[in-house]
Design a protein around this ligand. Structure first.
Ligand SMILES: *[C@@H]1O[C@H](CO)[C@@H](O)[C@H](O)[C@H]1NC(C)=O
Ligand SMILES: *[C@@H]1O[C@H](CO)[C@@H](O)[C@H](O)[C@H]1NC(C)=O
Length: 378
Protein backbone atom coordinates (compact mmCIF):
# COMPACT_ATOMS: atom_id res chain seq x y z
CA UNK A 1 0.00 0.00 0.00
CA UNK A 2 2.63 2.47 1.05
CA UNK A 3 4.53 1.71 -2.09
CA UNK A 4 1.63 2.30 -4.39
CA UNK A 5 0.85 5.46 -2.56
CA UNK A 6 4.23 6.80 -3.49
CA UNK A 7 3.82 5.72 -7.02
CA UNK A 8 0.43 7.10 -7.77
CA UNK A 9 0.00 10.03 -5.51
CA UNK A 10 3.05 12.05 -6.18
CA UNK A 11 0.75 15.02 -6.20
CA UNK A 12 -1.39 14.00 -3.29
CA UNK A 13 -0.17 16.84 -1.16
CA UNK A 14 -1.72 19.40 -3.46
CA UNK A 15 -5.00 20.20 -1.80
CA UNK A 16 -5.50 22.70 0.99
CA UNK A 17 -6.51 21.05 4.26
CA UNK A 18 -10.16 22.02 4.00
CA UNK A 19 -10.59 20.29 0.68
CA UNK A 20 -8.68 17.28 1.82
CA UNK A 21 -10.76 16.99 4.92
CA UNK A 22 -13.96 17.06 2.95
CA UNK A 23 -12.69 14.31 0.80
CA UNK A 24 -11.58 12.21 3.65
CA UNK A 25 -14.87 12.63 5.39
CA UNK A 26 -16.77 11.16 2.54
CA UNK A 27 -14.35 8.73 1.14
CA UNK A 28 -11.52 6.66 2.28
CA UNK A 29 -8.72 7.49 -0.05
CA UNK A 30 -6.73 4.45 -0.58
CA UNK A 31 -4.22 3.71 -3.21
CA UNK A 32 -4.96 0.30 -4.34
CA UNK A 33 -5.77 -1.51 -7.51
CA UNK A 34 -8.88 -3.01 -8.83
CA UNK A 35 -7.59 -5.91 -10.79
CA UNK A 36 -6.26 -7.80 -7.92
CA UNK A 37 -5.17 -11.27 -7.52
CA UNK A 38 -5.56 -13.29 -4.51
CA UNK A 39 -3.35 -15.91 -3.17
CA UNK A 40 -5.15 -18.38 -1.18
CA UNK A 41 -2.77 -19.84 1.26
CA UNK A 42 -3.20 -21.57 4.48
CA UNK A 43 -4.06 -25.06 5.24
CA UNK A 44 -7.75 -25.03 4.69
CA UNK A 45 -7.28 -28.40 3.16
CA UNK A 46 -4.78 -30.13 5.30
CA UNK A 47 -4.92 -33.39 3.43
CA UNK A 48 -3.25 -31.87 0.44
CA UNK A 49 -1.15 -29.28 2.13
CA UNK A 50 2.32 -30.17 3.27
CA UNK A 51 4.02 -27.35 5.12
CA UNK A 52 5.37 -24.82 2.68
CA UNK A 53 8.19 -22.42 3.25
CA UNK A 54 6.76 -19.08 2.30
CA UNK A 55 4.00 -17.24 3.89
CA UNK A 56 2.22 -15.66 1.00
CA UNK A 57 0.03 -13.18 2.73
CA UNK A 58 1.08 -10.48 0.35
CA UNK A 59 -1.06 -7.55 1.31
CA UNK A 60 -0.64 -8.07 5.00
CA UNK A 61 3.11 -8.17 4.82
CA UNK A 62 3.34 -5.10 2.58
CA UNK A 63 6.37 -6.51 0.87
CA UNK A 64 7.39 -4.85 -2.33
CA UNK A 65 6.69 -6.93 -5.38
CA UNK A 66 10.34 -7.34 -6.15
CA UNK A 67 11.00 -9.32 -3.04
CA UNK A 68 8.19 -11.56 -3.85
CA UNK A 69 8.91 -12.18 -7.44
CA UNK A 70 12.47 -12.98 -6.49
CA UNK A 71 11.24 -15.51 -4.03
CA UNK A 72 9.17 -17.05 -6.78
CA UNK A 73 12.22 -17.41 -8.98
CA UNK A 74 14.46 -18.89 -6.35
CA UNK A 75 12.06 -21.16 -4.54
CA UNK A 76 9.31 -23.47 -5.65
CA UNK A 77 5.93 -21.76 -5.81
CA UNK A 78 4.10 -21.83 -2.50
CA UNK A 79 1.24 -23.29 -4.45
CA UNK A 80 3.25 -26.21 -5.75
CA UNK A 81 1.45 -28.53 -3.36
CA UNK A 82 -1.52 -28.09 -5.69
CA UNK A 83 0.29 -29.77 -8.57
CA UNK A 84 -1.80 -32.55 -10.11
CA UNK A 85 -4.72 -31.75 -7.87
CA UNK A 86 -8.13 -31.26 -9.42
CA UNK A 87 -9.89 -28.01 -8.64
CA UNK A 88 -13.40 -27.00 -9.64
CA UNK A 89 -14.11 -23.28 -9.70
CA UNK A 90 -17.74 -22.20 -9.56
CA UNK A 91 -18.47 -18.65 -10.64
CA UNK A 92 -21.86 -16.99 -10.43
CA UNK A 93 -21.21 -15.23 -13.72
CA UNK A 94 -18.49 -14.52 -16.23
CA UNK A 95 -17.94 -10.82 -16.73
CA UNK A 96 -15.39 -8.08 -16.40
CA UNK A 97 -16.27 -7.50 -12.79
CA UNK A 98 -14.19 -8.08 -9.71
CA UNK A 99 -15.48 -11.43 -8.52
CA UNK A 100 -15.10 -13.47 -11.70
CA UNK A 101 -11.79 -11.80 -12.57
CA UNK A 102 -10.32 -12.70 -9.20
CA UNK A 103 -11.42 -16.27 -9.67
CA UNK A 104 -9.84 -16.31 -13.12
CA UNK A 105 -6.58 -15.08 -11.67
CA UNK A 106 -6.76 -17.91 -9.19
CA UNK A 107 -7.41 -20.33 -12.05
CA UNK A 108 -4.26 -19.13 -13.83
CA UNK A 109 -2.16 -19.29 -10.68
CA UNK A 110 -3.27 -22.85 -10.17
CA UNK A 111 -2.61 -23.71 -13.80
CA UNK A 112 0.90 -22.33 -13.45
CA UNK A 113 1.72 -24.97 -10.86
CA UNK A 114 0.12 -27.80 -12.82
CA UNK A 115 -3.26 -28.01 -11.17
CA UNK A 116 -6.06 -29.43 -13.27
CA UNK A 117 -8.65 -26.67 -13.28
CA UNK A 118 -12.31 -26.83 -14.24
CA UNK A 119 -14.53 -23.79 -14.49
CA UNK A 120 -18.28 -23.48 -14.22
CA UNK A 121 -20.34 -20.35 -14.85
CA UNK A 122 -23.76 -20.53 -13.22
CA UNK A 123 -25.46 -17.67 -15.00
CA UNK A 124 -24.82 -17.09 -18.64
CA UNK A 125 -26.64 -14.76 -20.99
CA UNK A 126 -28.84 -16.70 -23.38
CA UNK A 127 -27.40 -15.16 -26.52
CA UNK A 128 -23.76 -15.34 -27.41
CA UNK A 129 -22.01 -12.69 -25.43
CA UNK A 130 -18.77 -11.19 -26.59
CA UNK A 131 -17.32 -10.80 -23.11
CA UNK A 132 -18.21 -14.32 -22.03
CA UNK A 133 -16.80 -15.69 -25.25
CA UNK A 134 -13.49 -13.88 -25.00
CA UNK A 135 -13.02 -14.70 -21.32
CA UNK A 136 -13.74 -18.36 -21.99
CA UNK A 137 -11.22 -18.33 -24.83
CA UNK A 138 -8.69 -16.76 -22.53
CA UNK A 139 -9.22 -19.58 -20.06
CA UNK A 140 -9.16 -22.35 -22.64
CA UNK A 141 -5.89 -21.06 -24.04
CA UNK A 142 -4.38 -21.37 -20.59
CA UNK A 143 -5.65 -24.86 -20.07
CA UNK A 144 -8.66 -24.18 -17.89
CA UNK A 145 -11.46 -26.56 -18.82
CA UNK A 146 -14.84 -24.91 -19.12
CA UNK A 147 -17.87 -27.00 -18.21
CA UNK A 148 -21.60 -26.50 -18.33
CA UNK A 149 -22.98 -25.58 -14.91
CA UNK A 150 -25.58 -28.31 -14.99
CA UNK A 151 -25.57 -31.95 -15.78
CA UNK A 152 -23.68 -35.09 -15.00
CA UNK A 153 -20.26 -33.83 -15.97
CA UNK A 154 -20.51 -31.01 -13.46
CA UNK A 155 -21.60 -33.42 -10.75
CA UNK A 156 -18.89 -35.94 -11.54
CA UNK A 157 -16.25 -33.24 -11.53
CA UNK A 158 -17.45 -32.02 -8.15
CA UNK A 159 -17.12 -35.59 -6.82
CA UNK A 160 -13.66 -36.05 -8.25
CA UNK A 161 -12.33 -32.64 -7.26
CA UNK A 162 -9.85 -32.20 -4.45
CA UNK A 163 -11.17 -28.72 -3.94
CA UNK A 164 -14.29 -26.88 -5.02
CA UNK A 165 -14.15 -23.09 -4.85
CA UNK A 166 -17.51 -21.36 -4.69
CA UNK A 167 -17.01 -17.75 -5.66
CA UNK A 168 -19.25 -15.15 -3.99
CA UNK A 169 -22.20 -15.78 -1.71
CA UNK A 170 -24.65 -16.03 -4.59
CA UNK A 171 -22.84 -19.05 -5.96
CA UNK A 172 -24.31 -21.02 -3.06
CA UNK A 173 -27.46 -21.57 -5.07
CA UNK A 174 -25.57 -23.84 -7.40
CA UNK A 175 -25.15 -26.49 -4.71
CA UNK A 176 -28.78 -27.48 -4.33
CA UNK A 177 -29.73 -26.71 -7.90
CA UNK A 178 -27.16 -29.04 -9.39
CA UNK A 179 -25.83 -31.43 -6.77
CA UNK A 180 -29.21 -31.99 -5.11
CA UNK A 181 -29.03 -34.91 -2.68
CA UNK A 182 -25.27 -35.11 -3.18
CA UNK A 183 -24.59 -31.77 -1.56
CA UNK A 184 -23.34 -33.20 1.76
CA UNK A 185 -20.77 -35.29 -0.07
CA UNK A 186 -19.17 -32.23 -1.62
CA UNK A 187 -19.43 -29.69 1.21
CA UNK A 188 -16.32 -30.75 3.17
CA UNK A 189 -14.08 -29.86 0.24
CA UNK A 190 -15.72 -26.55 -0.56
CA UNK A 191 -13.76 -23.36 -0.06
CA UNK A 192 -16.26 -20.54 -0.16
CA UNK A 193 -14.74 -17.29 -1.30
CA UNK A 194 -16.99 -14.47 -0.15
CA UNK A 195 -16.56 -10.91 -1.38
CA UNK A 196 -19.93 -9.39 -0.62
CA UNK A 197 -20.86 -7.39 2.39
CA UNK A 198 -24.29 -6.07 1.61
CA UNK A 199 -27.45 -7.11 3.39
CA UNK A 200 -29.34 -8.78 0.62
CA UNK A 201 -26.79 -11.54 0.32
CA UNK A 202 -27.63 -12.74 3.79
CA UNK A 203 -30.35 -14.99 2.55
CA UNK A 204 -30.66 -18.48 3.79
CA UNK A 205 -31.29 -19.44 0.20
CA UNK A 206 -27.75 -18.57 -0.73
CA UNK A 207 -25.76 -19.44 2.32
CA UNK A 208 -27.52 -22.15 4.29
CA UNK A 209 -24.70 -24.61 3.60
CA UNK A 210 -22.03 -22.29 4.95
CA UNK A 211 -21.67 -23.96 8.35
CA UNK A 212 -20.68 -27.25 6.78
CA UNK A 213 -18.19 -26.21 4.12
CA UNK A 214 -14.49 -26.83 4.57
CA UNK A 215 -13.69 -23.17 4.91
CA UNK A 216 -14.62 -19.63 4.00
CA UNK A 217 -12.20 -17.13 2.55
CA UNK A 218 -12.94 -13.43 2.99
CA UNK A 219 -10.99 -10.43 1.73
CA UNK A 220 -10.84 -8.36 4.91
CA UNK A 221 -11.17 -8.65 8.66
CA UNK A 222 -14.03 -6.18 8.70
CA UNK A 223 -15.99 -8.22 6.20
CA UNK A 224 -15.25 -11.42 8.05
CA UNK A 225 -16.49 -9.89 11.29
CA UNK A 226 -19.58 -8.63 9.53
CA UNK A 227 -20.38 -12.04 8.13
CA UNK A 228 -19.84 -13.65 11.47
CA UNK A 229 -22.29 -11.25 13.09
CA UNK A 230 -24.91 -11.29 10.41
CA UNK A 231 -25.02 -15.01 9.90
CA UNK A 232 -25.36 -15.49 13.61
CA UNK A 233 -27.85 -12.74 14.34
CA UNK A 234 -30.02 -12.92 11.28
CA UNK A 235 -29.83 -16.48 10.16
CA UNK A 236 -28.76 -18.27 13.29
CA UNK A 237 -26.08 -20.14 11.47
CA UNK A 238 -22.44 -20.37 12.29
CA UNK A 239 -19.62 -19.44 9.95
CA UNK A 240 -17.21 -22.25 9.14
CA UNK A 241 -13.51 -21.83 9.74
CA UNK A 242 -12.80 -18.48 8.09
CA UNK A 243 -9.55 -17.33 6.53
CA UNK A 244 -8.96 -13.67 5.89
CA UNK A 245 -6.85 -13.36 2.78
CA UNK A 246 -6.12 -9.88 1.58
CA UNK A 247 -6.02 -9.30 -2.12
CA UNK A 248 -2.63 -8.81 -3.69
CA UNK A 249 -1.53 -6.87 -6.71
CA UNK A 250 -1.26 -8.51 -10.07
CA UNK A 251 2.14 -9.09 -11.57
CA UNK A 252 1.27 -7.09 -14.65
CA UNK A 253 0.45 -4.05 -12.54
CA UNK A 254 3.58 -4.36 -10.49
CA UNK A 255 5.67 -4.58 -13.64
CA UNK A 256 4.17 -1.43 -15.06
CA UNK A 257 4.48 0.25 -11.68
CA UNK A 258 8.19 -0.45 -11.62
CA UNK A 259 8.86 0.62 -15.16
CA UNK A 260 9.02 4.39 -15.21
CA UNK A 261 9.18 4.63 -18.98
CA UNK A 262 6.12 2.46 -19.48
CA UNK A 263 4.33 4.42 -16.82
CA UNK A 264 5.09 7.73 -18.48
CA UNK A 265 4.04 6.54 -21.92
CA UNK A 266 0.77 5.14 -20.60
CA UNK A 267 0.15 8.24 -18.57
CA UNK A 268 0.62 10.52 -21.54
CA UNK A 269 -1.46 8.36 -23.81
CA UNK A 270 -4.46 8.08 -21.51
CA UNK A 271 -4.37 11.72 -20.48
CA UNK A 272 -4.29 12.81 -24.06
CA UNK A 273 -7.23 10.58 -24.91
CA UNK A 274 -9.21 12.12 -22.04
CA UNK A 275 -8.16 15.67 -22.77
CA UNK A 276 -6.39 15.99 -19.43
CA UNK A 277 -3.18 17.99 -19.28
CA UNK A 278 -0.09 16.78 -17.52
CA UNK A 279 -0.39 19.37 -14.78
CA UNK A 280 -4.07 18.64 -14.08
CA UNK A 281 -5.07 16.47 -11.16
CA UNK A 282 -6.80 13.28 -12.18
CA UNK A 283 -8.90 11.34 -9.69
CA UNK A 284 -10.20 7.89 -10.48
CA UNK A 285 -12.48 5.23 -9.17
CA UNK A 286 -11.95 1.84 -10.75
CA UNK A 287 -14.79 -0.58 -10.11
CA UNK A 288 -17.74 -2.01 -11.95
CA UNK A 289 -20.25 0.79 -11.90
CA UNK A 290 -22.93 -0.28 -9.44
CA UNK A 291 -24.68 1.15 -6.45
CA UNK A 292 -22.63 -0.57 -3.79
CA UNK A 293 -19.34 0.60 -5.23
CA UNK A 294 -19.90 4.24 -4.41
CA UNK A 295 -19.41 6.02 -7.72
CA UNK A 296 -22.24 8.34 -6.65
CA UNK A 297 -20.33 9.37 -3.52
CA UNK A 298 -17.22 9.80 -5.57
CA UNK A 299 -18.94 12.16 -8.00
CA UNK A 300 -20.63 14.10 -5.24
CA UNK A 301 -17.36 14.62 -3.41
CA UNK A 302 -15.67 15.59 -6.62
CA UNK A 303 -18.34 18.16 -7.35
CA UNK A 304 -18.18 19.51 -3.80
CA UNK A 305 -14.42 19.91 -4.08
CA UNK A 306 -14.86 21.82 -7.31
CA UNK A 307 -17.28 24.13 -5.55
CA UNK A 308 -15.03 24.68 -2.58
CA UNK A 309 -12.21 25.54 -4.92
CA UNK A 310 -14.41 28.00 -6.73
CA UNK A 311 -15.92 29.63 -3.63
CA UNK A 312 -12.62 29.98 -1.84
CA UNK A 313 -10.84 30.94 -5.02
CA UNK A 314 -8.19 28.37 -4.32
CA UNK A 315 -5.23 28.21 -6.63
CA UNK A 316 -5.02 24.54 -7.47
CA UNK A 317 -4.49 22.75 -10.75
CA UNK A 318 -7.64 21.94 -12.64
CA UNK A 319 -9.24 18.68 -11.58
CA UNK A 320 -10.69 15.79 -13.51
CA UNK A 321 -12.40 12.58 -12.52
CA UNK A 322 -12.45 9.32 -14.37
CA UNK A 323 -14.82 6.47 -13.67
CA UNK A 324 -13.44 3.23 -15.03
CA UNK A 325 -15.95 0.40 -15.09
CA UNK A 326 -18.86 1.84 -17.01
CA UNK A 327 -21.33 -0.67 -18.38
CA UNK A 328 -24.51 0.82 -19.75
CA UNK A 329 -25.77 -2.60 -20.68
CA UNK A 330 -25.72 -3.92 -17.11
CA UNK A 331 -26.29 -1.22 -14.50
CA UNK A 332 -28.26 1.06 -16.75
CA UNK A 333 -30.40 2.72 -14.10
CA UNK A 334 -27.63 3.59 -11.70
CA UNK A 335 -25.25 4.70 -14.39
CA UNK A 336 -27.93 6.85 -15.98
CA UNK A 337 -28.35 8.54 -12.61
CA UNK A 338 -24.63 9.19 -12.49
CA UNK A 339 -24.54 10.58 -15.98
CA UNK A 340 -27.55 12.77 -15.31
CA UNK A 341 -25.87 14.13 -12.21
CA UNK A 342 -22.84 15.06 -14.27
CA UNK A 343 -25.01 16.84 -16.83
CA UNK A 344 -27.06 18.59 -14.21
CA UNK A 345 -23.97 19.91 -12.46
CA UNK A 346 -22.50 20.78 -15.79
CA UNK A 347 -19.22 18.99 -15.20
CA UNK A 348 -19.18 16.89 -18.36
CA UNK A 349 -15.83 18.31 -19.34
CA UNK A 350 -14.38 17.19 -16.00
CA UNK A 351 -15.84 13.71 -15.66
CA UNK A 352 -14.92 10.83 -17.94
CA UNK A 353 -16.59 7.44 -18.11
CA UNK A 354 -14.56 4.49 -19.33
CA UNK A 355 -16.06 1.10 -20.20
CA UNK A 356 -15.19 -1.94 -18.15
CA UNK A 357 -11.85 -3.30 -19.17
CA UNK A 358 -9.30 -5.90 -18.23
CA UNK A 359 -6.52 -3.44 -18.84
CA UNK A 360 -6.49 -1.10 -15.90
CA UNK A 361 -2.73 -0.55 -15.73
CA UNK A 362 -2.81 2.41 -18.18
CA UNK A 363 -5.43 4.15 -16.04
CA UNK A 364 -3.47 3.56 -12.87
CA UNK A 365 -0.45 5.03 -14.59
CA UNK A 366 -2.41 8.03 -15.81
CA UNK A 367 -4.11 9.11 -12.61
CA UNK A 368 -2.89 10.97 -9.56
CA UNK A 369 -5.30 9.74 -6.94
CA UNK A 370 -7.19 6.49 -6.86
CA UNK A 371 -10.25 6.68 -4.69
CA UNK A 372 -11.50 3.52 -3.09
CA UNK A 373 -14.91 3.46 -1.57
CA UNK A 374 -14.69 2.62 2.09
CA UNK A 375 -15.69 -0.89 2.94
CA UNK A 376 -16.26 -0.11 6.58
CA UNK A 377 -19.78 -0.78 7.72
CA UNK A 378 -21.34 2.09 9.55
C1 LIG B 1 -21.00 -7.49 15.89
O1 LIG B 1 -22.00 -7.58 16.87
C2 LIG B 1 -21.69 -6.95 18.08
C3 LIG B 1 -22.83 -7.22 19.06
O2 LIG B 1 -24.04 -7.39 18.43
C4 LIG B 1 -21.45 -5.48 17.85
O3 LIG B 1 -21.06 -4.87 19.05
C5 LIG B 1 -20.36 -5.31 16.82
O4 LIG B 1 -20.18 -3.96 16.53
C6 LIG B 1 -20.71 -6.07 15.57
N1 LIG B 1 -19.60 -5.96 14.63
C7 LIG B 1 -19.77 -5.74 13.34
C8 LIG B 1 -18.53 -5.66 12.53
O5 LIG B 1 -20.85 -5.60 12.81
C1 LIG C 1 -18.75 1.31 -24.32
O1 LIG C 1 -19.79 0.38 -24.20
C2 LIG C 1 -20.98 0.70 -24.93
C3 LIG C 1 -22.00 -0.37 -24.66
O2 LIG C 1 -22.28 -0.53 -23.30
C4 LIG C 1 -20.68 0.82 -26.40
O3 LIG C 1 -21.85 1.22 -27.09
C5 LIG C 1 -19.58 1.82 -26.62
O4 LIG C 1 -19.22 1.84 -27.96
C6 LIG C 1 -18.35 1.47 -25.77
N1 LIG C 1 -17.36 2.51 -25.92
C7 LIG C 1 -16.11 2.26 -26.25
C8 LIG C 1 -15.20 3.43 -26.33
O5 LIG C 1 -15.71 1.13 -26.46
Amino acid sequence: MAKLQQQHSNTAGWAPPSVQKRWLLTLLIMLSVSTLIAFFIKSAFDSCDPPHPHNFDVAASNKPAKVFSNSIKTAPSPLSFMKSKLVLLVSHELSLSGGPLLLMELAFLLRSVGTEVFWITIQKPSETDEVVYSLEQKMLVRGVQVLSAKGQEAIDTAFKADLVVLNTAVAGKWLDAVLKENVPRVLPKVLWWIHEMRGHYFKLDYVKHLPLVGGAMIDSHVTAEYWKNRTQERLRIKMPETYVVHLGNSKELMEVAEDSVAKRVLREHIRESLGVRDEDILFAIINSVSRGKGQDLFLRSFYESLQIIQVKKLKVPSMHAVIVGSDMSAQTKFETELRNYVMQKNIQDRVHFINKTLTVAPYLAAIDVLVQNSQVVS
